[in-house]
Design a protein around this ligand. Structure first.
Ligand code: ZN
Length: 506
C-alpha cells in the first residue's frame, strides 16, 4: 500500500517534468520555424530559464528521494513503471555531474549557435560559425570528463555520447558495423559507376510549382496515415519532426521547384517519425515513455516509409496515376518503372539529406569518423572543412565546392548534437531487418502496390510504435524477433536492390 502511494507520487512528479518538457518542445519548434530573428536574445533567455527549471526537477532532492525509495522495490513494479524509473535514474545520474549554471550557459549557447550556423550556412562563412562550434565542443568535452564513470570498460569519452543517443552502442560496435557497410557499398558504387545502365532523370527536374508540390505532399502524408487532426505540417530548411506528444506532432518539410522528388521523400521521411509518435499507446502517451525509444529505432521508422516503401517499384505503381492527375502534362509519358529508377539512381553527391539510399551510409561514416576524431582530440575546429572535403574525396570521389555544401550543411553540431549522426545508419539497418520479418507474414510489395499502407502501419504499430519507450532498442528487437540489430539484413537489402536495378552480375 505504501509502495503504491510512492509510485503514484513518483509518477505525478514525472508528469510535471514531462509538462515542462512539452512546453520546451513547442518553444523549440517555434525557434526553428516561425520565430523572428530579432527575438533571439530574449528567446534564448526564456529557453535557458525553462531548461534550468527542468534541470532542477530532474536532479533535485525530490527526485533523488523517489529514486532512493523505489530502488529496493524495482522487481515489484510493472514493466512501464520500471522503464520510467530507469529513464529518470539515467537522466539523474548523467545530470547530477554537471553544475546547473553550466547547463543554463550551454542552453543559451546552443540557441545562439543555431542562428549563427543558419546565417553562416547562408553566407558560406565557416569562420563565423567556428568560434561557436569550438565552444560547443569544449562544453561537451568538459561534460564528458564529469561523466567519465559512465565510460564502458576500455572505452573512450565519445562512447558516452554514442550511448546517449542509442543505448548500448559503442565505438567498437559502430566501427564493426561501418566497416561491414563500407565493404558492401564501396564495391557496389564502383560497379555502378562502371555499369552501362542508363537511367533517365530529366523529368524529375521538371519545374513543379510549390503550391502543386504542397498539394502532393499533403496528400501523401494523409495516404500513408499521418493524422492531421493531431499534427501540423510546416516548412524549414532542414526538415524535422517535433511537438509535445501524440496529440500534437509537428513536422516540417521543404520544397524545391526544380526537384519535386526531394519534397516527396522529405514528407515520407518525416511522416515515418510522426506516425511512430502518433501510434504510441494511449496508456503511456502522456508520460515520460510517450515518445520513441531511441534515435536508431525512430530513424528506422522514417527510413521505412521513405525508402522501403517510398523507393520501391510497388510504391511507384501505386503513386504514378495520382501524380498524373495533379500534373497531367508534365508526367504524361512517364511510367512507374521510370519513376522508380529515377528515384533510386545512385550517384555520389554532396548533401546528406539528398543522398540516394546506397551512398547515404557513406555520408554517415564520414560524420562518425570526424566526430570520433574531434573527441579524441585529433582535429582542430579550423581544420574541419579541409578534413570534411578530404573524406568526401576519399569515400565518394567528390569535393564540396563550398563549406555550405560541405561541413556547414547539417544543423546537428550547432545545437550540440554530437554522437547523433551514427543513429541515421542504424535506422536503415533496422528498417531492412523489419522488412525481412514483415515479409514473413505478408506480401509487403503487394500491399504497397494496392496502397494498403494501413496493414503495414498496423504491423509496425504492434511491433514498434505502441511500446513508446517501454523497451530499450535491444529489448524491443529481442521481444519481437528473438535477435538484436543485425547489420547483415541491411547489407543484403542494398546488394539485392542495387544489383537488380543496375542489372549487375553478382
Ligand atoms: Zn529522420
Amino acid at each position: 500500500m505504501e509502495l503504491n502511494k510512492k509510485v503514484e507520487d513518483f509518477k505525478a512528479y514525472l508528469d510535471r517534468i514531462n509538462t515542462f518538457n512539452s512546453a520546451m518542445s513547442i518553444l523549440s519548434f517555434d525557434s526553428s520555424t516561425i520565430a523572428p530573428a530579432g527575438g533571439i536574445a530574449l528567446r534564448a533567455k526564456r529557453m535557458g530559464f525553462l531548461q534550468l527549471e527542468i534541470f532542477k526537477m530532474t536532479t533535485g532532492e525530490e527526485i533523488k528521494g523517489y529514486l532512493e525509495a523505489l530502488a529496493p522495490h524495482l522487481d515489484e513494479l510493472d514493466k512501464p513503471t520500471q522503464a520510467m524509473y530507469k529513464k529518470a535514474k539515467k537522466k539523474y545520474d548523467e545530470l547530477t555531474k554537471i553544475p546547473p549554471e553550466k547547463v543554463q550557459e550551454y542552453a543559451t549557447l546552443t540557441e545562439e549557435a543555431e542562428s549563427v550556423w543558419a546565417q553562416a550556412r547562408k553566407d558560406n562563412d565557416f569562420a563565423a560559425f567556428a568560434p561557436y562550434l569550438s565552444r560547443l565542443i569544449a562544453f561537451n568535452k568538459e561534460f564528458l570528463i564529469l561523466r567519465a564513470d559512465e565510460m564502458p570498460e576500455g572505452g573512450k569519452p565519445y562512447d558516452i555520447l554514442l550511448d546517449d543517443f542509442e543505448a548500448g552502442m559503442t565505438i567498437e560496435k559502430y566501427d564493426d558495423f561501418f566497416e561491414k557497410l563500407k565493404a558492401v557499398v564501396v564495391p557496389l558504387i564502383k560497379q555502378i559507376a562502371a555499369s552501362k545502365k542508363e537511367i533517365q532523370t530529366d523529368f524529375a527536374k521538371y519545374h513543379v510549382d510549390i503550391p502543386a508540390q504542397r498539394k502532393i505532399s499533403d496528400r501523401l502524408a494523409e495516404q500513408i496515415g499521418f493524422d492531421i487532426s493531431r499534427g501540423y505540417i510546416g516548412e524549414a530548411a532542414h526538415p524535422f519532426c517535433g511537438g509535445p506528444d501524440k496529440t500534437d506532432v509537428r513536422i516540417t518539410t521543404r520544397y524545391d521547384e526544380n526537384d519535386f522528388l526531394s519534397s516527396v521523400y522529405s514528407i515520407l521521411h518525416e511522416c515515418g517519425h510522426a506516425i511512430y509518435e502518433q501510434n504510441i499507446a494511449d496508456e503511456i502517451a502522456d508520460t515520460t515513455l510517450g515518445t520513441g525509444t531511441s534515435m536508431g529505432i525512430h530513424e528506422s521508422q522514417s527510413r521505412f516509409y521513405e525508402n522501403v516503401i517510398g523507393r520501391s517499384l510497388a510504391y511507384w505503381q501505386y503513386l504514378t496515376p495520382s501524380l498524373k492527375e495533379i500534373l497531367p502534362q508534365e508526367f504524361a509519358n512517364i511510367t512507374p518503372l521510370m519513376f522508380f529508377e529515377a528515384a533510386n539512381k545512385s550517384q555520389p553527391s554532396l548533401i546528406r539529406v539528398e543522398a540516394d539510399e546506397l551512398t547515404y551510409g557513406l555520408h554517415i561514416v564520414i560524420r562518425y569518423e570526424i566526430e570520433k576524431m574531434i573527441f579524441a582530440g585529433e582535429v582542430e575546429v579550423n581544420d574541419l572543412p579541409a578534413l570534411w572535403n578530404k573524406k568526401y574525396a576519399e569515400y565518394l570521389g567528390i569535393t564540396p565546392p563550398t563549406d555550405a555544401d560541405g561541413v556547414l550543411q547539417d544543423i546537428h553540431w550547432s545545437i550540440g548534437m554530437f554522437g547523433y549522426f551514427p543513429t541515421y545508419a542504424l535506422g536503415s539497418a533496422y528498417a531492412a531487418q523489419l522488412l525481412y520479418y514483415m515479409n514473413k507474414e505478408m506480401d509487403v510489395d503487394a500491399l504497397i502496390a494496392k496502397g494498403e499502407f494501413a496493414t503495414i502501419t498496423k504491423w509496425l504499430e504492434e511491433k514498434i510504435h505502441k511500446h513508446g519507450s517501454v523497451y530499450t532498442p535491444n529489448e524491443l528487437m529481442e521481444l519481437n524477433f528473438g535477435e538484436q540489430l543485425n547489420g547483415e539484413y541491411y547489407a543484403k537489402y542494398l546488394k539485392d536492390k542495387f544489383t537488380a536495378l543496375y542489372e549487375l552480375l553478382c
